[in-house]
Design a protein around this ligand. Structure first.
Ligand code: G6P
Ligand code: ZN
Length: 544
């Protein structure tokens, strides 16, 4: 097979963000843009040569084209074998599982997660390492460094590969295996949860659920697991077919973008349980009848009830959450007498803790939860965990959460997002807040007294690596917190995220609206940062 060495020039914007390289489709289609980045993965990861690579994506526009290009570059770079999900489909957790199960040297996931798809939408590429998890910063920095120097890439002049049929083919020296994207993952789920109890619940006639796949990758997974293996009625999975443009909507599992599901769950005929996942299947949203479970609470509830699930029957070694995630899980860890780690935002920071056996469960406020069964967050896993809990406890979602609040208190929580701000203005705002950090501790604002304030940094307890500048946080005397952080995943300008949290233990105060319960902190957030003055916005674009 003829290998071409193509001259190219570096692009200077190929620094992977919180979760891979994400750009608009048109940007990815610039001459050599994708090729450069893929070559830089291979150049900076010599361990891939002669090894197996897993490849798949969320089915968005440009997925199939990108797969053909990556196969040709892989062949030219002496990859021994590439395992591809049929039709180019593999969810992020399924890639993580396949890497681990097959002992592959890494994987490439083609997705821009919950960002919209289609010709005018976004595309993305993430590289996962041999433990199945997202590449750590040392790896993404090496890829980025290579991308600033690249002069050539290698590509085979090979024919188009049929990726729509399961089986083995040979492309020159390289083996290609097309696999059923769902089977291994569904088997894994079956090994973790009590499928008999869940099947009995779903077939009891007394319980109804809906899962919104948002025309993204989890449709085929949810159909196989919920409707086939667990026997839920056909139609339990809404919007099940993966579409290149996700039906023109954002595949983002929140109350705005999973509108039909939200209307159903807050309507008169609401089913008992509702859930949704995002573009690439790693996020989850959990709803009860007329009840939204905040992701931070979800993590805490799963941790507190883990022993009810077969895979976690022997208890948890420890838990972890990202810094801006609420401290609800800390309270559970404390009562269980297990460690709770606080990491920077981004799933990759959980990798070492999981590999080292320090934690079993982890999660983030950004609708991500998972365990040591893979090295990614896992949307359907979280949904099945909840279903298993509901079956085991015989209680509704809201009963389970309210009981949790009575035991541990409620961590009122909200995130306010200010989107598409001019990047310089956003940096200026952060700089101003940063310069106020030393002055504010000890000061009082109404009933709120600031105990400490810092620019969050993290030293990984396993390999000692240090990450600085991970969010500006204010800690108050009664465990309330206020955090400012710029998003690392946006593709248009900057997004300011303000995270607000307050702990409430008085039994009669557990059922308030979060925005009301957090009002004094919300006001203080504005006062400290002058968000309106800086951004010209007098309210957040998104409140979760
Ligand atoms: C991706 C990562 C998550 C992270 C999130 C943060 O989804 O996989 O681990 O929590 O990005 O996004 P942000 O926009 O806040 O940087
Ligand atoms: Zn995602």
């Amino acid at each position: 097979m003829e290998i071409s060495v193509v001259s190219t020039h570096p692009y200077h914007d190929q620094k992977p963000g919180t979760s891979g390289l994400r750009k608009q489709v048109a940007h990815f289609r610039k001459a050599h843009y994708l090729e450069n980045f893929v070559q830089c993965i291979f150049d900076s990861q010599p361990g891939l040569r002669g090894a197996e690579l897993i490849l798949g994506g969320d089915g968005r526009f440009f997925n199939r084209e990108a797969i053909q290009i990556i196969l040709r570059i892989a062949l030219a770079n002496e990859i021994r074998k590439v395992t591809v999900g049929r039709a180019g489909i593999l969810s992020t957790p399924a890639v993580s599982h396949l890497i681990r199960k097959r002992g592959a040297a890494g994987g490439i996931v083609l997705s821009a997660s919950h960002n919209p798809g289609g010709p005018g939408g976004d595309f993305g590429i993430k590289f996962n390492v041999a433990n199945g998890g997202p590449a750590p910063e040392s790896v993404t920095n090496a890829i980025y460094a290579a991308s600033r120097e690249i002069q050539h890439y290698r590509i085979a002049q090979s024919p188009h590969v049929d990726i729509d049929h399961v089986g083995h083919t040979q492309l020159g020296e390289m083996e290609i295996e097309i696999v059923d994207p769902v089977a291994d993952y569904a088997d894994l789920m079956e090994s973790l949860f009590d499928f008999d109890a869940m099947r009995a619940l779903l077939q009891s006639g007394r319980f109804q659920m809906r899962f919104d796949a948002m025309h993204a990758v989890t449709g085929p997974y949810a159909r196989e697991i919920l409707e086939e293996r667990l026997g839920a009625p056909q139609g339990t999975v809404m919007r099940p077919e993966p579409l290149a443009d996700f039906g023109g909507r954002h595949p983002d599992p929140n109350l705005t973008h999973a509108r039909e599901l939200a209307e159903l769950m807050f309507g008169r005929e609401a089913p008992d349980f509702g859930a949704a996942s995002d573009g690439d299947g790693d996020r989850n949203m959990i709803l009860g009848r007329g009840f939204f479970v905040s992701p931070s609470d979800s993590l805490a509830v799963l941790a507190a009830n883990a022993r009810l699930v077969p895979a976690y029957r022997d208890g948890l070694r420890g838990v972890a959450r990202s810094m801006p995630t609420s401290q609800a899980v800390d309270a559970v860890a404390q009562s269980l007498g297990i460690p709770c780690y606080e990491t920077p935002t981004g799933w990759k920071f959980f990798g070492n803790l999981l590999d080292d056996g320090r934690i079993t469960l982890c999660g983030e406020e950004s609708f991500g939860t998972s365990s040591d069964h893979v090295r990614e967050k896992d949307g359907l896993w979280a949904v099945l965990f909840w279903l298993n809990l509901i079956a085991a406890r015989g209680e509704s979602v809201s009963e389970i959460v309210r009981d949790h609040w009575r035991r541990f208190g409620r961590h009122y929580y909200s995130r306010h997002d200010y989107e598409e701000i001019d990047s310089d203005r956003a940096e200026a705002l952060m700089e101003r807040v940063r310069s106020a950090l030393p002055e504010l501790p000890g000061q009082e604002f109404g009933a709120l007294r600031i105990r400490a304030a810092d620019d969050f940094g993290y030293t990984d307890p396993v390999d000692g690596s240090i990450s600085t500048g991970q969010g500006l946080r204010f800690l108050f005397e009664d465990d309330a917190r206020l955090v400012y952080r710029l998003s690392g995943t946006g593709t248009h300008g900057a997004t300011l995220r303000v995270y607000l949290e307050r702990h409430e233990t008085r039994p009669e105060q557990l059922d308030q609206d979060s925005q009301y319960a957090l009002a004094p902190l919300i006001e203080l957030a504005e006062q400290i940062a002058d968000i309106t003055g800086c951004t010209g916005k007098d309210r957040p674009d998104v409140v979760t």
